[in-house]
Design a protein around this ligand. Structure first.
Ligand code: AMP
Ligand code: MN
Ligand code: MN
Ligand code: MN
Length: 282
C-alpha cells in the first residue's frame, strides 16, 4: 500500500491543479493521499470531484498545512482528516489567508526598496488569484534573472532573517492544534528537522507539541538519510507521538514525486494505524 500524507496544489505553492494531483497519484498507484495546501482547504472539493469523475481508486484525506509562529520560527502543522465543511474552520483559515496577504504587502514593500518595481502586481500575476506564498516571490526574482534558483531567492531575500524577510503574524502552535482538533482532525508536526533548529530545540518543539495535544510528527520524508529517519523516530517515540509519512510534493522535478520519501521505520506507530478506511485497504 502506498500512502502519501503531504502534498501541495495550485491552491497554495504547488504547480498542479487538484485534479492533476489526484490523477497523478492514481497513475502512480497511490492508495491514500492527503492534500495539504498551506493555510487553505479550498482545493479539496475539486480533488474529490475529479476522483468521482474519473472513478479513481484513491482514498483522499482532507488535509491542510497551517503556518504557526514559535520563538521566531515558522513551524508548519499539518491537519489530517479535517472536516472541510466545518464553517468555523473555514473562517479560521481565512484569517490566516489575511495574514498571508498582509505579509505579501510587507515583503513587496521591502523588495521595492531594492528596486524591484511593481513587485506585488507581478507576484499577484504569478500567483494567478491564489494566496501569495514566498515561492511566488521567488519565481518572480527568478524570472528577472536576479537569482538562478528558487533556493537562492530564499537564501538571499526571502528566507529567515534575509533582506526581504518579514516576521508574519501567524497563529501559535496551540491555536493550530486546537483548530485542527475542533475540525475533527489529527495534528501532525511537519518536517521537524527543517527549521534550522538544533537538536535540543527540536526536542523542545516536539515535547511542547505533544503536551498541546499533537498527534504525530513527520518521520518519513524525502531526501533524508537513514540516520535522520532514526532520529525522527526517536523524537516521536520519546514524546509518545505517532509517525507520519509524505512527499511534500510541490512540482514535477527529478527530485520530487508523489509517494516518494524515505522508508518508514518499523519501530513507530503510524498516524494511520487507527484509520478505519486504511485498515480495509491493507
Ligand atoms: P510560505 O508558506 O509563503 O512562507 O513559503 C514557504 C514555502 O517555501 C515552503 O513551504 C516551501 O515550499 C518553500 N521553500 C523553498 N525553499 C525554501 C527555503 N529555503 N526556506 C523556506 N521555504 C522554502
Ligand atoms: Mn510549500
Ligand atoms: Mn512545510
Ligand atoms: Mn508542505
Amino acid at each position: 500500500m502506498i500512502i502519501d500524507l503531504h502534498c501541495h496544489t495550485k491552491f497554495s505553492d504547488g504547480e498542479l491543479t487538484p485534479e492533476e494531483i489526484v490523477l497523478r497519484a492514481a497513475n502512480r498507484n497511490i492508495d491514500v493521499l492527503a492534500i495539504t495546501d498551506h493555510d487553505t482547504i479550498d482545493g479539496l472539493d475539486s480533488a474529490h470531484q475529479a476522483i468521482e469523475k474519473y472513478s479513481l481508486k484513491l482514498n483522499l484525506i482532507d488535509g491542510v498545512e497551517i503556518s504557526t509562529w514559535w520563538h521566531g520560527f515558522e513551524i508548519h502543522i499539518l491537519g489530517l482528516n479535517v472536516n472541510r465543511a466545518d464553517t468555523q474552520f473555514q473562517q479560521r483559515l481565512s484569517q490566516q489567508l489575511k495574514t498571508r496577504e498582509n505579509r505579501a504587502h510587507r515583503i513587496a514593500e521591502k523588495l521595492e526598496k531594492f528596486g524591484f518595481k511593481d513587485c506585488l502586481k507581478e507576484v499577484q500575476k504569478i500567483a494567478n488569484g491564489q494566496c501569495i506564498s514566498r515561492v511566488h516571490f521567488a519565481k518572480y526574482l527568478l524570472s528577472l534573472g536576479e537569482v538562478n534558483t528558487i533556493q537562492k531567492a530564499f537564501d538571499k531575500y526571502l528566507g529567515r532573517k534575509q533582506k526581504a524577510y518579514v516576521s508574519p503574524n501567524w497563529i501559535s502552535i496551540e491555536e493550530a492544534v486546537n483548530w485542527i482538533k475542533e475540525a475533527g482532525g489529527q495534528a501532525v508536526l511537519a518536517h521537524p528537522s527543517r527549521y534550522e533548529l538544533n537538536n535540543k530545540w527540536i526536542r523542545r518543539l516536539v515535547d511542547e507539541f505533544s503536551a498541546l495535544g499533537g498527534d504525530a510528527i513527520e518521520v518519513a520524508l524525502p531526501r533524508q538519510s537513514k540516520n535522520e529517519t532514526i532520529q525522527l523516530a526517536q523524537y516521536a517515540n520519546s514524546a509518545g507521538l505517532k509517525a507520519s509519512a509524505g512527499s511534500d510534493f510541490h512540482r514535477v522535478s527529478p527530485y520530487t514525486e508523489l509517494g516518494r520519501y524515505a522508508p518508514m521505520p518499523e519501530n513507530v506507530d503510524p498516524v494511520w494505524s487507527s484509520w478505519q478506511e486504511i485498515q480495509r485497504f491493507s
